[in-house]
Ligand binder design. Structure first.
Ligand code: FMN
Length: 367
């Protein structure tokens, strides 16, 4: 109840200020520990407490790493981190679209940069050997970098020791031309350079590519082929969209749209990706993000092919109990549908309609 009141107050403040306030509250440990159901699972050879993570962009600078597990998250994706610190675009650059339960942001990779954030993460690793949060590190190039591919390889080099996985962000709509890295030739060049860098390292965590929801089927297929060919470990589907299917006051703001209106779009890409992966008999992992805000939307992502799920905007609108609620609802689906192992239902739905039907009516066949 108190949280609801606090959230109401926050919704009256400028979104970026409210966000920074929340970060400070979490960083300073003023979070109650919320008890959540345990759903242990192993993905990319990493043991997760449950399938839910906090998506990139919430904690760009690694301020909350030692506290955020209290909300129930099993993993946190810090970033996007660039080599040099970066201010990002002029403010205001985050807009709430409450009628749509959505956000538009055009932050432009504002972050403290490699050196400072690496020190923060190093400190965390030193203090928390047996930490109960897994850490994804999301990396991207500086806006004015002369060699963007070199930025990625430097960041991989610097962070490989400290990350449970690395996310290569090629899909933010707020860094000019970044999405051009999805194109065939650019993507190949990027992956070849990444592989070269990995080959120099003693140890490298799993590498995932975070893609846009605005890709054509052909582009997606090519990206998947290359990802498999070069034995990368997974895809994060998806970043925000530049499409607009919203009605709120700020609908005309430029930037990436997240939240409820992104759900169907990103899930359709997820379904296609899982189908391609099945076609190539590849077991590459998928982290699904985009419009998850309750147990139903989380279960749909799993039925459509997700190994793990992440959210951001769902927490802004549903509050900090959202993870507990999703896990409680997933537990009820697990019982109703007699699910022994989440992998047994991963990608079971042929299309989005079928996934919605399963969620409503239950799986009427034995798995
Ligand atoms: C304010 C804001 C900032 C974001 N910043 C980043 C970022 O720096 N890097 C990134 O890969 N994704 C970023 N994202 C995208 C999210 O990680 C996620 O992919 C997207 O919002 C879809 O999930 P959601 O609908 O649960 O929010 C950001 C999203 C929001 C709302």
């Amino acid at each position: 109840m108190l949280w609801k009141f606090f959230y109401k107050i926050l919704s009256l403040i400028d979104p970026e200020r409210a966000h920074n306030l929340i970060l400070k509250i979490i960083e300073n440990g003023f979070l109650p520990k919320i008890k959540t159901k345990s759903f242990p699972l192993k993905v990319m050879n990493i043991k997760f407490r449950n399938p839910i993570g906090l998506a990139a962009g919430f904690d760009k600078n690694g301020q909350t790493i030692s506290q955020i597990h209290k909300l129930g998250f099993s993993f946190l994706e810090v970033g996007t981190i660039t080599v040099l610190p970066q201010e990002g675009n002029p403010k205001p650059r985050i807009f709430r679209l409450p009628e749509d339960k959505a956000i538009i942001n055009r932050n432009g990779f504002n972050n403290d940069g490699l050196t400072l954030i690496k020190n923060r993460i190093k400190y965390f690793r030193k203090k928390n050997n047996s930490s109960n949060i897994k850490l994804g590190i999301n990396i991207g190039p500086n806006k004015d970098s002369f060699d963007r591919i070199k930025d990625y390889t430097k960041l991989i080099h610097e962070f490989s020791k400290y990350a449970d996985y690395l996310a290569i962000n090629i899909s933010s709509p707020n860094t000019p031309n970044l999405r051009k890295l999805h194109s065939d030739k650019n993507f190949k060049n990027l992956i070849i350079s990444i592989k070269k860098e990995i080959s120099k390292l003693d140890n490298c965590p799993p590498i995932l590519i975070k893609i846009s929801p605005d890709l054509s089927e052909t582009e997606l297929n090519k990206i998947i082929k290359e990802t498999i060919k070069h034995k990368l470990n997974g895809l994060i589907i998806s970043n925000t969209t530049i499409k607009r299917n919203v009605k709120s006051q700020h609908k005309k703001e430029t930037g990436g749209l997240s939240g409820k209106p992104l759900f169907d779009e990103s899930t359709k890409v997820l379904i296609k990706a899982r189908k391609f992966l099945n076609y190539y008999s590849s077991d590459i992992s998928i982290i699904a993000t985009g419009g998850i805000y309750d147990g139903k939307s989380a279960y749909i992502k799993i039925l459509c092919g997700a190994d793990l799920i992440q959210l951001y905007t769902g927490m802004v609108y549903e509050g900090p109990l959202v993870i507990k609620n999703i896990l409680d609802q997933l537990d009820r689906f697990r019982e109703r549908d007699n699910i022994k192992n989440w992998k047994d239902v991963r990608g079971l739905a042929k299309n989005l309609n079928e996934a919605y039907k399963i969620v409503e009516n239950g799986l009427n066949k034995k798995i």
